[in-house]
Design a protein around this ligand. Sequence first.
Ligand code: ZN
Length: 141
Amino acid sequence: MNPEERECWRCFLCDRSSAEIGPHPLPVQQSAHLLPNRLTGAQRRYGGAKNVFTDAEWKILLQAIGPELQPEFSSTDQIRKAAMALCYELCGECHEEVLSEPVYLPSVMDSLKKHFRGKSRVEKILLLARVLKLGTKALDC
Ligand SMILES: [Zn+2]
């Protein structure tokens, strides 16, 4: 990133610039993917991603989230590639300290416990995505 790009950089979520964030214990400019690398293996690092989605899991995932991503893409293969590549520029605080470390209240855990029972890994991932979608929708009302 050149100095001009660095000057224009802003966190997608909190809209702060590097200068506004100032010194921070975590790197300021980070990239957060729609889907964690451990599930997609999009980036070869740390000796390769662990336990990536199987084709069957991809199928279930894309059936559920595909329609939301679909308007721009015509094939399942394109949607899969887009889902793997979709990335947000985030500050270290938003990415690592907030999004990656959610607070699960006991009441939320009790509810998730009911809904996670008997679900596969991809179904649990989709259930949590739905919880986030419903929660943010409620915030916007
Ligand atoms: Zn931020």
